[in-house]
Design a protein around this ligand. Structure first.
Ligand code: SF4
Ligand code: SF4
Length: 328
């Protein structure tokens, strides 16, 4: 039922898409976000599509491509589309991607051949030590703001062993830790991580299993059961609700969700409503993926103050946007 992306090489390294510094929306204070690559859910709106597949991918940045053809010459699988004019390939209206994905075996020969950095690998193998050493570099900022490391993805529970080792090492070095999870995992996996986490950031996307399945690829029963079990542990938990047009932007959903969350036992410290945005459109294009929500307008954050009041009325500290410095 659950996909587990085990440590991928003999040196106990895992694929990381990014280590993002000075993040302020993913836990208290200044955070360093570590993004693992690989997630068992396929959310239609994913703002980080490069973190879904559990293997290295290639970005083709059309605006940097000179259509020189060097990649075509080295590809052993006939997986590169023939050059078109640079003007044409840089046009937003032309549907053209350099790589024919279903023929590509990700040998990365084309990336090495590209002199213009139009092709880049997404996903870098890193060990626990390498990641924590990188996180440590910003310790003074954590000390001054109450920040630390946020383990995100992708989905950290799908990389259970690696996530556990990383969180244990962070704890050993007295770093504050947040775990950003969609909760779609065996409870035993989450249970093992919790002792090494200061705050759990837990996604709630919908309460209706069928709508949840249409929007994410999986039903939500196990996610809600895990949330209820998590609440019973008393661990500080921030619920995060990505608000998506046509999926969960109605007041009826927020009325039900606010009642459900307010009824949870435990330490639900706050609820963050995260407005849908479309800044990630380029990433879908670079990966050669057709994004079903590409024409959706971003939600204006102030529009979410009205549903946010439904949560506040029930005694839940609620933000729009999730800034780690906001408390209203
Ligand atoms: S080698 Fe790079 S610049 Fe040349 S066609 Fe391929 S992607 Fe474009
Ligand atoms: S990664 Fe290898 S197989 Fe895929 S397009 Fe590039 S050269 Fe061809």
């Amino acid at each position: 039922m659950f996909e587990h992306f085990t440590i991928v090489d003999a040196e106990d390294r895992e694929l990381i898409t990014d280590i993002q510094k000075f993040a302020v929306n993913d836990g208290p204070g200044f955070r360093t976000n570590v993004f693992l690559k690989g997630c068992p859910m396929k959310c239609l709106w994913s703002h980080n599509p490069e973190t879904i597949a559990p293997y290295p991918e290639i970005y083709w940045k059309n605006r940097m491509c000179h259509q020189c053809g060097a990649c075509l010459d080295v590809c052993p699988r006939d997986a590169i589309n023939p050059p078109i004019s640079p003007e044409e390939s840089q046009s937003e209206t032309v549907s053209y991607h350099k790589i024919i994905l279903d023929r590509c075996d990700r040998c990365m020969k084309c990336v090495d051949a590209c002199r213009f950095d139009a092709l880049t690998v997404v996903g870098k193998l890193m060990s626990v030590e390498q990641i924590i050493d990188e996180v440590e570099k910003d310790r003074p900022f954590y000390d001054n703001s109450g920040g630390g490391m946020t383990l995100s993805g992708g989905e950290p529970t799908a990389h259970g062993d690696f996530s556990l080792n990383l969180l244990k090492e962070a704890r050993k070095r007295s770093l504050h830790t947040c775990l950003d999870t969609n909760g779609f995992c065996n409870w035993e996996v989450l249970e093992k991580l919790i002792p090494y986490v200061d705050v759990v950031l837990y996604d709630v996307k919908h309460l209706d299993p069928e709508i949840h399945k249409k929007a994410t690829g999986v039903t939500n029963e196990i996610i809600l059961v895990n949330l209820e079990l998590l609440a019973k542990t008393g661990k500080e938990t921030w619920i995060r609700i990505p608000v998506i047009p046509g999926i969960n932007d109605g007041m009826d959903f927020h009325e039900k969700a606010s009642r459900y969350i307010a009824g949870l036992a435990g330490n639900i410290a706050r609820v963050d409503l995260i407005p849908f945005h479309n800044y990630c459109r380029d990433k879908y294009n670079w990966l050669g993926l057709d994004w079903p929500l590409k024409d959706e307008e971003a939600i204006e954050p102030s529009f979410l103050e009205i549903p946010a009041d439904l949560y506040r009325e029930k005694g839940l500290l609620t933000t729009v946007g999730g800034s780690g410095f906001e408390t209203s």
